[in-house]
Design a protein around this ligand. Structure first.
Ligand code: AMP
Length: 289
């Protein structure tokens, strides 16, 4: 039995009943898709969504199709009781927590959503098939819930780009609400995967945000060479012997195309991924023009 009182729907039919009732009483619907193991970053998504909608659905689903065969699906942290409490405390109205079989009936899907280009670089290059899994499950969640607004964190910057493009291309009737990255006091971006870190690794992991900090300082100081910024990112990460750099990129903030020079008007984003102990961590920052 859950200690919290928030309703938890495990079937598509049942969450749709909750949403239909909310619609009937004139409420606007918000969706916050998550994989559980919720933290203050997720809480912020729920609060922002709730401030724009009168009824918020939080989905908790560790989506198997976005994990590669050698990734951490089986080990992915799960904390259902605490998750339900966090959702309730931050103003969610119902949790949608389906089983894999509810989302992927026997035989799996024959239909997928792909966003080529945006999905093939950075995280997509390191994790083939990841964004096909993400786009497809988010499309399913949007169809199940049919929200007015869906909240996504800037923490997963590339995911936000992929989802926005999917929504535009497929004319999905939803407004995407981007939410700034929530960080711990020492700068580390909050992530469910931070739970994998021991005390030493946790300290070492702050090198990711430190590298982004240096990149911003360089851009503010007038550095326009994207290569130089990439070098600053890579050198900072490599200065921490417990961190192993996967990528350090400076890209156009919409298309994610690698840049030569920081543009003077439109946005550029610095994106990094590194392994620290057992955790693969990502972070990013929009660079000042
Ligand atoms: P996840 O459960 O990791 O799949 O994340 C669910 C949603 O929460 C995604 O839209 C993430 O971008 C967002 N999110 C996760 N961590 C943070 C954070 N530290 N700050 C802002 N949003 C976050």
């Amino acid at each position: 039995m859950s200690r919290s009182e928030i309703p938890v729907a495990s079937s598509i039919a049942s969450v749709r009943d909750f949403i239909a009732a909310a619609r009937q009483s004139g409420k606007s619907i918000g969706l916050v898709p998550t994989m559980g193991a919720l933290h203050e970053g997720h809480a912020e998504l729920v609060r922002r969504c709730r401030s724009e909608c009168s009824f918020v659905v939080v989905s908790i689903f560790v989506n198997p199709t976005q994990f590669g065969p050698k990734e951490d699906l089986a080990k992915y942290p799960r904390s259902p009781e605490a998750d339900h409490e966090l959702c309730q405390a931050n103003g969610a109205d119902v949790i949608f927590e389906p089983s894999p079989a509810e989302m992927y009936p026997t035989g799996g899907l024959a239909t997928f959503v792909e966003v080529p280009g945006l999905s093939d670089v950075l995280e997509g290059a390191s994790r083939p098939g990841h964004f096909r899994g993400v786009a497809t499950v988010v499309a399913k969640l949007l169809n199940i819930v049919q929200p007015d607004v869906a909240a996504f964190g800037r923490k997963d910057y590339q995911q936000l780009c992929v989802i926005r493009r999917m929504v535009t291309d497929l004319d999905l009737p939803v407004r995407i609400l981007p939410v700034p990255i929530v960080r711990d006091a020492d700068g580390l971006a909050m992530s469910s995967r931070n739970r994998y870190l021991n005390a030493q690794e946790r300290v070492a992991a702050t090198v990711l945000s430190k590298s982004l900090h240096r990149a911003v300082a360089a851009a503010r100081g007038g550095e326009r060479s994207a290569d130089r910024i990439r070098q600053i990112l890579a050198e900072t990460i490599e200065s921490e012997h417990m961190a192993k750099l996967d990528y350090a990129e400076v890209a156009d903030s919409e298309t994610l195309t690698p840049l030569d020079q920081l543009p003077t008007t439109s946005g550029a984003v610095a994106l990094i991924a590194a392994r620290v102990g057992p955790a693969r961590l990502i972070d990013n920052v929009v660079l000042p023009a």
